[in-house]
Design a protein. Sequence first.
Length: 302
Amino acid sequence: MADMRVSFAGVDFKNPVTVASGTFAFGREYAEYYDLSRLGGICVKGLTPLPRGGNPSPRIAETPMGMLNSVGLQNPGVDAFIRDELPFLRGFDTKIIANISAPTPEDYALMAAKLSDAGVDMIEINVSCPNVRAGGMAFGVTCEGAASVTAAVKKASSVPVMTKLSPNVTDIAEIARACEDAGADALSLINTLLGMKIDPATGVPILANNTGGLSGPAVLPVAVRMVWQAASAVKIPVMGMGGVSRAEDAAEMIWAGASLVSVGTATLADPYAPVKVLEGLEKFLDEHGLTLEGMKGRVKLH
Ligand SMILES: Cc1cc2nc3c(=O)[nH]c(=O)nc-3n(C[C@H](O)[C@H](O)[C@H](O)COP(=O)(O)O)c2cc1C
Protein backbone atom coordinates (compact mmCIF):
# COMPACT_ATOMS: atom_id res chain seq x y z
CA MET A 1 0.00 0.00 0.00
CA ALA A 2 1.19 3.52 -0.82
CA ASP A 3 2.67 5.53 2.05
CA MET A 4 0.11 8.28 2.62
CA ARG A 5 1.93 10.13 5.40
CA VAL A 6 3.02 13.71 4.72
CA SER A 7 5.36 15.87 6.74
CA PHE A 8 4.15 19.41 6.07
CA ALA A 9 5.88 22.45 7.55
CA GLY A 10 7.01 20.28 10.46
CA VAL A 11 3.53 18.86 11.12
CA ASP A 12 3.01 15.12 10.56
CA PHE A 13 -0.19 14.45 8.63
CA LYS A 14 -1.38 10.83 8.48
CA ASN A 15 -2.54 11.40 4.91
CA PRO A 16 -2.62 14.30 2.41
CA VAL A 17 -6.40 14.91 2.37
CA THR A 18 -7.82 17.79 4.37
CA VAL A 19 -11.16 19.59 4.26
CA ALA A 20 -11.31 23.22 3.15
CA SER A 21 -12.29 26.08 5.40
CA GLY A 22 -15.92 27.11 5.33
CA THR A 23 -17.19 23.89 3.82
CA PHE A 24 -16.88 21.71 6.94
CA ALA A 25 -17.96 24.14 9.68
CA PHE A 26 -16.41 22.73 12.90
CA GLY A 27 -16.91 19.12 11.87
CA ARG A 28 -19.90 18.28 14.06
CA GLU A 29 -22.35 17.58 11.23
CA TYR A 30 -19.84 15.42 9.34
CA ALA A 31 -18.90 13.43 12.46
CA GLU A 32 -22.37 11.88 12.18
CA TYR A 33 -21.34 10.35 8.84
CA TYR A 34 -17.81 9.07 9.55
CA ASP A 35 -14.92 9.12 11.99
CA LEU A 36 -13.15 12.46 11.45
CA SER A 37 -9.88 10.74 12.43
CA ARG A 38 -9.77 9.37 8.89
CA LEU A 39 -8.98 12.84 7.57
CA GLY A 40 -5.44 14.17 7.34
CA GLY A 41 -6.61 17.51 8.66
CA ILE A 42 -9.55 19.84 9.17
CA CYS A 43 -9.41 23.52 8.22
CA VAL A 44 -12.13 25.03 10.36
CA LYS A 45 -14.56 27.75 9.28
CA GLY A 46 -12.90 31.16 9.04
CA LEU A 47 -12.65 32.74 12.49
CA THR A 48 -12.71 36.45 13.29
CA PRO A 49 -11.88 38.32 16.53
CA LEU A 50 -15.59 38.83 17.31
CA PRO A 51 -18.69 36.84 16.29
CA ARG A 52 -20.07 37.65 12.81
CA GLY A 53 -23.50 37.02 11.38
CA GLY A 54 -22.22 37.12 7.80
CA ASN A 55 -23.81 38.76 4.77
CA PRO A 56 -27.53 39.01 3.98
CA SER A 57 -29.27 36.20 2.02
CA PRO A 58 -29.40 34.96 -0.67
CA ARG A 59 -25.72 34.14 -0.32
CA ILE A 60 -25.42 30.89 -2.28
CA ALA A 61 -26.09 30.41 -6.01
CA GLU A 62 -25.54 27.40 -8.24
CA THR A 63 -23.45 27.88 -11.38
CA PRO A 64 -22.34 25.49 -14.14
CA MET A 65 -20.10 22.90 -12.40
CA GLY A 66 -19.77 25.07 -9.33
CA MET A 67 -21.30 27.57 -6.97
CA LEU A 68 -21.05 31.18 -5.86
CA ASN A 69 -21.08 32.06 -2.18
CA SER A 70 -21.10 35.33 -0.31
CA VAL A 71 -21.40 33.92 3.20
CA GLY A 72 -19.09 36.63 4.54
CA LEU A 73 -17.31 34.78 7.35
CA GLN A 74 -20.28 33.94 9.56
CA ASN A 75 -18.72 32.45 12.71
CA PRO A 76 -19.01 32.54 16.52
CA GLY A 77 -15.68 34.36 17.03
CA VAL A 78 -12.30 33.04 18.12
CA ASP A 79 -13.05 32.81 21.86
CA ALA A 80 -16.25 30.79 21.40
CA PHE A 81 -14.40 28.51 18.96
CA ILE A 82 -11.69 27.81 21.54
CA ARG A 83 -14.24 27.25 24.31
CA ASP A 84 -17.00 25.35 22.49
CA GLU A 85 -15.58 23.72 19.34
CA LEU A 86 -11.87 22.99 19.77
CA PRO A 87 -12.33 20.44 22.61
CA PHE A 88 -14.72 18.48 20.36
CA LEU A 89 -12.30 18.57 17.42
CA ARG A 90 -9.37 17.57 19.64
CA GLY A 91 -11.25 14.34 20.33
CA PHE A 92 -10.22 13.14 16.86
CA ASP A 93 -6.81 11.99 15.67
CA THR A 94 -6.48 14.59 12.91
CA LYS A 95 -4.65 17.89 12.51
CA ILE A 96 -6.67 21.00 13.31
CA ILE A 97 -5.94 24.06 11.19
CA ALA A 98 -7.48 27.34 12.38
CA ASN A 99 -8.40 29.70 9.54
CA ILE A 100 -8.31 33.36 10.60
CA SER A 101 -9.42 36.75 9.23
CA ALA A 102 -9.26 40.16 10.86
CA PRO A 103 -9.42 43.88 10.03
CA THR A 104 -5.75 44.64 10.88
CA PRO A 105 -2.44 42.69 11.04
CA GLU A 106 -2.43 43.32 14.81
CA ASP A 107 -5.85 41.67 15.19
CA TYR A 108 -4.68 38.69 13.12
CA ALA A 109 -1.67 38.39 15.45
CA LEU A 110 -3.82 38.46 18.61
CA MET A 111 -5.97 35.65 17.24
CA ALA A 112 -2.92 33.62 16.24
CA ALA A 113 -1.47 33.91 19.76
CA LYS A 114 -4.75 32.76 21.35
CA LEU A 115 -5.15 29.86 18.95
CA SER A 116 -1.56 28.64 19.30
CA ASP A 117 -1.93 28.70 23.08
CA ALA A 118 -5.20 26.80 22.75
CA GLY A 119 -3.45 23.97 20.91
CA VAL A 120 -4.36 24.09 17.22
CA ASP A 121 -1.78 22.39 14.96
CA MET A 122 -1.47 25.16 12.37
CA ILE A 123 -2.81 28.62 11.58
CA GLU A 124 -4.13 29.33 8.09
CA ILE A 125 -4.17 33.07 7.39
CA ASN A 126 -7.11 33.99 5.21
CA VAL A 127 -6.07 37.06 3.24
CA SER A 128 -8.27 35.97 0.38
CA CYS A 129 -11.95 36.12 1.35
CA PRO A 130 -13.73 38.00 -1.45
CA ASN A 131 -16.86 38.57 0.64
CA VAL A 132 -15.81 40.95 3.41
CA ARG A 133 -14.92 44.62 3.18
CA ALA A 134 -12.40 44.94 6.02
CA GLY A 135 -9.43 42.60 5.84
CA GLY A 136 -9.92 39.49 3.77
CA MET A 137 -8.97 39.82 0.12
CA ALA A 138 -7.89 43.44 0.55
CA PHE A 139 -4.66 42.09 2.12
CA GLY A 140 -4.21 39.16 -0.22
CA VAL A 141 -4.05 40.96 -3.55
CA THR A 142 -0.87 42.91 -2.90
CA CYS A 143 2.57 41.63 -1.89
CA GLU A 144 2.79 44.25 0.88
CA GLY A 145 -0.63 43.38 2.34
CA ALA A 146 -0.10 39.61 2.30
CA ALA A 147 3.43 39.97 3.69
CA SER A 148 2.43 42.35 6.50
CA VAL A 149 -0.24 39.98 7.82
CA THR A 150 2.00 36.94 7.41
CA ALA A 151 4.85 38.59 9.33
CA ALA A 152 2.55 39.71 12.16
CA VAL A 153 0.99 36.25 12.53
CA LYS A 154 4.32 34.47 12.32
CA LYS A 155 5.69 36.62 15.14
CA ALA A 156 2.71 35.89 17.39
CA SER A 157 2.28 32.22 16.63
CA SER A 158 3.99 29.24 18.23
CA VAL A 159 2.65 26.81 15.61
CA PRO A 160 3.40 26.75 11.86
CA VAL A 161 1.72 29.42 9.79
CA MET A 162 0.22 28.96 6.32
CA THR A 163 -0.97 31.89 4.19
CA LYS A 164 -4.03 31.25 2.02
CA LEU A 165 -3.68 33.03 -1.29
CA SER A 166 -6.30 34.69 -3.44
CA PRO A 167 -6.59 33.69 -7.10
CA ASN A 168 -7.87 37.18 -7.89
CA VAL A 169 -4.39 38.48 -8.73
CA THR A 170 -2.28 38.92 -11.85
CA ASP A 171 0.93 37.29 -10.60
CA ILE A 172 0.45 34.57 -7.97
CA ALA A 173 4.18 33.74 -7.94
CA GLU A 174 5.19 37.16 -6.63
CA ILE A 175 2.60 37.04 -3.82
CA ALA A 176 3.74 33.51 -2.94
CA ARG A 177 7.35 34.70 -2.72
CA ALA A 178 6.37 37.75 -0.63
CA CYS A 179 4.63 35.47 1.91
CA GLU A 180 7.60 33.10 2.01
CA ASP A 181 9.96 36.05 2.58
CA ALA A 182 7.66 37.31 5.37
CA GLY A 183 8.07 34.00 7.22
CA ALA A 184 5.18 31.79 6.06
CA ASP A 185 5.87 28.12 6.80
CA ALA A 186 3.47 27.03 4.03
CA LEU A 187 0.97 28.33 1.49
CA SER A 188 -2.55 27.23 0.63
CA LEU A 189 -4.45 28.09 -2.53
CA ILE A 190 -6.81 28.83 -4.10
CA ASN A 191 -9.56 30.68 -2.31
CA THR A 192 -12.62 31.44 -4.43
CA LEU A 193 -12.62 33.40 -7.69
CA LEU A 194 -14.66 36.58 -7.62
CA GLY A 195 -17.83 36.03 -9.66
CA MET A 196 -21.33 37.33 -10.32
CA LYS A 197 -24.66 35.86 -11.40
CA ILE A 198 -27.56 37.98 -12.67
CA ASP A 199 -31.21 36.95 -13.02
CA PRO A 200 -31.55 37.20 -16.81
CA ALA A 201 -35.23 38.22 -16.67
CA THR A 202 -35.01 40.95 -14.03
CA GLY A 203 -31.39 42.08 -14.28
CA VAL A 204 -31.01 41.73 -10.52
CA PRO A 205 -27.94 39.93 -9.12
CA ILE A 206 -28.85 36.62 -7.48
CA LEU A 207 -26.63 37.23 -4.44
CA ALA A 208 -27.68 39.96 -2.04
CA ASN A 209 -24.01 40.95 -1.92
CA ASN A 210 -24.08 41.28 -5.76
CA THR A 211 -20.82 39.36 -6.13
CA GLY A 212 -19.48 36.18 -4.54
CA GLY A 213 -16.74 33.59 -4.67
CA LEU A 214 -16.78 30.84 -7.30
CA SER A 215 -15.77 27.33 -6.24
CA GLY A 216 -16.32 23.71 -7.23
CA PRO A 217 -15.23 21.60 -10.24
CA ALA A 218 -15.40 24.63 -12.57
CA VAL A 219 -12.33 26.18 -10.91
CA LEU A 220 -10.08 23.06 -10.89
CA PRO A 221 -7.95 23.96 -13.95
CA VAL A 222 -7.38 27.49 -12.63
CA ALA A 223 -6.44 26.09 -9.23
CA VAL A 224 -4.03 23.51 -10.70
CA ARG A 225 -2.34 26.22 -12.79
CA MET A 226 -1.97 28.52 -9.78
CA VAL A 227 -0.72 25.75 -7.46
CA TRP A 228 1.89 24.93 -10.08
CA GLN A 229 2.95 28.58 -10.44
CA ALA A 230 3.07 29.21 -6.67
CA ALA A 231 4.76 25.92 -5.75
CA SER A 232 7.40 26.48 -8.44
CA ALA A 233 8.16 29.93 -7.02
CA VAL A 234 8.82 28.96 -3.38
CA LYS A 235 10.60 26.35 -1.24
CA ILE A 236 7.87 26.11 1.43
CA PRO A 237 5.19 23.43 0.99
CA VAL A 238 1.78 24.07 -0.56
CA MET A 239 -1.72 22.83 0.22
CA GLY A 240 -3.73 22.76 -3.01
CA MET A 241 -7.47 23.26 -3.26
CA GLY A 242 -10.11 24.43 -5.69
CA GLY A 243 -12.50 22.07 -7.40
CA VAL A 244 -11.12 18.81 -6.06
CA SER A 245 -13.88 16.20 -6.01
CA ARG A 246 -12.15 13.01 -7.21
CA ALA A 247 -8.90 11.16 -6.55
CA GLU A 248 -7.69 12.08 -10.03
CA ASP A 249 -8.17 15.79 -9.22
CA ALA A 250 -6.03 15.34 -6.11
CA ALA A 251 -3.38 13.61 -8.24
CA GLU A 252 -3.30 16.62 -10.60
CA MET A 253 -2.77 18.93 -7.63
CA ILE A 254 0.15 16.79 -6.40
CA TRP A 255 1.82 16.69 -9.82
CA ALA A 256 1.43 20.50 -9.86
CA GLY A 257 3.29 20.79 -6.55
CA ALA A 258 0.81 20.33 -3.70
CA SER A 259 1.89 18.31 -0.65
CA LEU A 260 -1.59 18.37 0.86
CA VAL A 261 -4.91 18.55 -0.98
CA SER A 262 -8.07 20.08 0.42
CA VAL A 263 -11.63 19.17 -0.52
CA GLY A 264 -14.21 21.96 -0.24
CA THR A 265 -17.37 22.42 -2.27
CA ALA A 266 -17.52 18.71 -3.16
CA THR A 267 -18.25 18.01 0.50
CA LEU A 268 -21.38 20.16 0.35
CA ALA A 269 -22.78 17.90 -2.39
CA ASP A 270 -21.53 14.63 -0.86
CA PRO A 271 -20.43 14.56 2.79
CA TYR A 272 -18.27 11.50 2.04
CA ALA A 273 -16.31 13.30 -0.71
CA PRO A 274 -13.07 13.81 1.32
CA VAL A 275 -13.03 10.13 2.36
CA LYS A 276 -13.73 9.04 -1.22
CA VAL A 277 -10.88 11.24 -2.48
CA LEU A 278 -8.57 9.77 0.16
CA GLU A 279 -9.46 6.13 -0.49
CA GLY A 280 -9.48 6.72 -4.23
CA LEU A 281 -6.05 8.34 -4.12
CA GLU A 282 -4.56 5.43 -2.20
CA LYS A 283 -5.95 3.02 -4.80
CA PHE A 284 -4.85 5.29 -7.66
CA LEU A 285 -1.27 5.40 -6.39
CA ASP A 286 -1.13 1.63 -6.03
CA GLU A 287 -2.68 0.97 -9.43
CA HIS A 288 -0.29 3.34 -11.19
CA GLY A 289 2.78 2.42 -9.12
CA LEU A 290 3.12 6.05 -8.03
CA THR A 291 4.12 7.63 -4.72
CA LEU A 292 3.22 11.01 -3.23
CA GLU A 293 6.87 12.08 -3.08
CA GLY A 294 7.53 10.78 -6.58
CA MET A 295 4.72 12.90 -8.01
CA LYS A 296 4.94 16.08 -5.95
CA GLY A 297 5.82 18.97 -8.24
CA ARG A 298 7.11 16.59 -10.91
CA VAL A 299 4.62 17.57 -13.63
CA LYS A 300 6.20 16.51 -16.93
CA LEU A 301 6.02 19.77 -18.86
CA HIS A 302 6.11 19.79 -22.65
C1 LIG B 1 -19.57 28.22 1.41
C2 LIG B 1 -18.09 28.48 1.44
C3 LIG B 1 -17.52 29.11 2.53
C4 LIG B 1 -16.14 29.36 2.56
N1 LIG B 1 -15.58 29.95 3.67
C5 LIG B 1 -14.24 30.13 3.74
C6 LIG B 1 -13.64 30.67 4.91
O1 LIG B 1 -14.30 30.93 5.93
N2 LIG B 1 -12.28 30.86 4.90
C7 LIG B 1 -11.50 30.53 3.82
O2 LIG B 1 -10.29 30.72 3.86
N3 LIG B 1 -12.05 29.99 2.70
C8 LIG B 1 -13.39 29.78 2.65
N4 LIG B 1 -13.93 29.21 1.52
C9 LIG B 1 -13.05 28.83 0.39
C10 LIG B 1 -12.70 27.34 0.43
O3 LIG B 1 -12.01 26.99 1.61
C11 LIG B 1 -11.85 26.95 -0.81
O4 LIG B 1 -10.63 27.67 -0.77
C12 LIG B 1 -12.53 27.25 -2.13
O5 LIG B 1 -13.92 27.01 -2.04
C13 LIG B 1 -11.97 26.41 -3.29
O6 LIG B 1 -12.08 25.02 -3.05
P1 LIG B 1 -13.35 24.12 -3.55
O7 LIG B 1 -13.58 24.43 -4.99
O8 LIG B 1 -12.95 22.70 -3.28
O9 LIG B 1 -14.51 24.54 -2.68
C14 LIG B 1 -15.33 28.96 1.46
C15 LIG B 1 -15.91 28.32 0.36
C16 LIG B 1 -17.27 28.06 0.34
C17 LIG B 1 -17.86 27.34 -0.86
